[in-house]
Design a protein around this ligand. Structure first.
Ligand SMILES: [Zn+2]
Length: 112
C-alpha cells in the first residue's frame, strides 16, 4: 500500500471511530459527528457509514503495483487497464484524499 493509500486508510479509520460517537438527536435519524475537508459536520450516521464503505471499496480497487525495475515507485492496477496509468498514486486516489487535505499528515505532493 503506497503512502497516500495508507494515509486515506488511516483517515477512514478515524471516520469509523467518529461513528462510535453517533448520538440520537432526532427520532428520524441517528447522526454522527465527522469531518469533511477539515470542518466538523453533523451527518446522518447511515450516510456516513455508507460513504466510508464506498471509499474503502475505491481504495481497495486502486492498489499500487511496484515497477519491476524500481520498486520504490509503481502504478495503479485499476487505472493501468486503460493503458495510461502513470506513476502512483493515481488520480482517483488523489481525489479520494482531498477531503482530508487539512490533516497535518497530508502532503501537498498528493494534490490532484
Ligand atoms: Zn487508480
Amino acid at each position: 500500500m503506497d503512502e497516500l493509500a495508507q494515509f486515506i486508510d488511516a483517515r477512514l479509520a478515524d471516520d469509523t471511530r467518529s461513528l462510535g460517537t453517533a448520538q440520537n438527536v432526532s427520532r428520524a435519524y441517528t447522526y454522527a459527528v465527522g469531518t469533511m475537508q477539515g470542518t466538523t459536520v453533523l451527518m446522518a450516521a447511515d450516510r456516513f457509514r455508507s460513504e466510508i464503505e464506498s471509499k474503502r471499496s475505491i481504495l481497495a480497487a486502486h492498489r499500487t503495483e511496484p515497477y519491476d525495475d524500481d520498486p520504490t515507485i509503481g502504478f495503479c492496477e485499476e487505472c493501468q487497464r486503460g493503458g495510461a496509468a502513470g506513476i502512483a498514486p493515481c488520480a482517483t486516489l488523489r481525489q479520494l484524499g482531498v477531503p482530508y487535505a487539512s490533516h497535518p499528515d497530508y502532503r501537498d505532493e498528493w494534490r490532484p
